[in-house]
Ligand binder design. Structure first.
Ligand SMILES: CC1=C(O)/C(=C\N=C(/Cc2ccc(O)c(F)c2)C(=O)O)C(COP(=O)(O)O)=CN1
Length: 455
């Protein structure tokens, strides 16, 4: 039990309720079988996302009362800047309203038309911002990451041969930067090893190619380095993070995950030129360079949350709670991505619903069916999220997944057990689940607003 014990006691609660089965059937129909379109009040256990859904600590709430809402020079910005310098080791910080704000600035600052940004598997908003800036994002993740059953413990790693090939085929000047995500979301929350980060930087330095991290879940990645790379077993998380970030020129960071807050983002860098470029742009799109679309109180919460996220007792509890869900589902015979990720468990919808064709959207179908059966909300992370290729054809990735994303410090293990039990029950009657057809498709990031009907 010691591995699961919460390093906190609960001071404030928010009531949740399980609405009737009849209401759930109606609610998911009204939502067009898209869990993004459900009302929060109809959701019992919300495993849609870990983004912005964490519970803050009393230390963070106290910080909210200390918001310096000066337009310029807010003291909370300097607390945020200091926290980033201490925890991540970057000297320069540009605040943004959330991760997408940082992705927008970084892409616009570093990418010119036709350039290439190789990345260890795509992320939806990251890829879109690269495309908007005129770039393309080839996938350079290791092959193991595309195999849901492969148990390699660093499935987020960059495949150095694939990266070398992209450089050789296009020439280093065509590479805007190499983009490395930590605890790769679309691969199942899979970490990158320190050895791999070091090797990527070494390769890029040979060609003077910049390395930009997506450090959004870097605290959880640091914990996996500490527990899976033996030379780091006795190294403090903050030192592991500093070393990780030393293998980059800068990062974008959505604070809404590992920083344990409801809103916020930033861009941080060692490189004064990148800083000057993004700092001059932030005033166009986000706000002054000392608030970037956040209130002073929110910057204070991020500063305190970033430091809290490096506590081993917290990271141990957090990642073991995710693993608990994975272990229960494996015990129940449910096909999931292995090994369990840092922030979520991903169901393999192709194996869960083998009677459906890809055009019946197995992951979308499963996500809707789980809500109807249990009031648990999950997220489609398969072909609907992947979208269409440049010729407008649907892409059907190997990973047709449903993400069960565990918010930080929110749910008890009883909630986790309830979710597992319901999904195992659904698995036993999986052949009864009908497929879906898409009836509305928006232009951008279709998974947020597309609607479906049951076949
Ligand atoms: C690794 C990375 C992210 O995970 C991320 C966000 N993630 C979300 C929210 C989300 C985003 C895109 C979707 O297709 C999605 F359905 C859900 C999530 O749930 O996982 C962002 C962007 O950070 P912002 O959300 O603060 O702007 C940048 N980088």
């Amino acid at each position: 039990l010691i591995d699961l014990i919460e390093p906190f006691k609960i001071k404030v609660i928010e009531p949740v309720r399980l609405v009737s089965e009849e209401r759930r059937k109606q609610a998911i129909k009204e939502a067009g079988y898209n869990t993004f379109l459900l009302l929060s009040e109809d959701v019992f256990i919300d495993l849609l996302t870990d983004s912005g859904t964490s519970a803050m600590s009393d230390n963070q709430w106290a910080g909210m009362m200390l918001g310096d809402e000066a337009y310029a020079g807010s003291k909370n910005f300097y607390h945020l800047e200091k926290a980033i310098q201490d925890v991540l080791g970057y000297k320069y910080v540009t605040p943004t309203h959330q991760g997408r704000g940082a992705e927008h600035l970084m892409s616009q600052a570093l990418i010119s038309e036709g350039q290439i940004v190789p990345r260890n598997m795509y992320f939806t908003t990251s890829k879109l911002h690269v495309n908007i800036a005129g770039g393309v994002m080839p996938d350079v993740i290791i092959d193991e990451a595309h195999d849901p059953e492969n148990e390699f413990e660093f499935k987020g790693n960059v495949d150095l041969l694939k990266l070398q090939k992209v450089i050789d085929e296009n020439g280093p000047e065509k590479i805007a930067y190499v983009n490395v995500e930590m605890n790769v979301n679309m691969a199942g929350g899979q970490p990158v090893s320190m050895a791999n980060l070091r090797a990527v930087k070494k390769l890029c330095d040979q060609y003077k190619i910049k390395v930009i991290f997506d450090a959004t879940r870097s605290s959880e990645n640091a914990y996996f380095i500490k527990t899976r790379e033996k030379e780091y077993a006795d190294v403090p998380i903050i030192d592991i993070l500093n070393e990780m970030m030393s293998y980059s020129d800068g990062c974008i960071y959505s604070s809404k995950k590992d920083c344990l807050v409801n809103i916020g983002g930033f861009l941080a860098t060692h490189d004064k030129e990148i800083f000057e470029k993004t700092r001059s742009m932030v005033v166009v799109y986000e706000g002054l360079h000392t608030y970037g679309g956040m209130a002073g109180r929110d910057m204070e919460a991020v500063a305190r949350g970033l430091r809290e996220s490096t506590q081993v007792s917290y990271l141990k509890y957090r990642t073991n709670q995710v693993k608990l869900l994975g272990d229960l589902l494996i015990e129940g015979g449910v096909p999931i991505v292995r090994p369990p990720g840092g922030h979520a468990i991903f169901l393999n919808a192709l194996k869960f619903l083998p009677h459906l064709t890809r055009e019946q959207w197995p992951a979308q179908t499963l996500s809707a069916a789980i809500y109807e059966a249990s009031g648990v909300r999950s997220m489609e992370r398969g072909a609907i999220s992947k979208g269409r290729d440049k010729d407008g054809n649907n892409i059907f990735p190997n990973l047709e997944l449903v993400r069960l994303t565990i918010p930080r410090r929110v749910y008890t293990n009883t909630h986790i057990e309830y979710a597992a039990e319901c999904i195992i029950d659904l698995y036993k009657r999986r052949h009864e689940i009908p497929g879906l057809k898409m009836v509305f498709e928006p232009e951008y990031l279709r998974f947020f607003q597309a609607t479906f009907e049951q076949l």
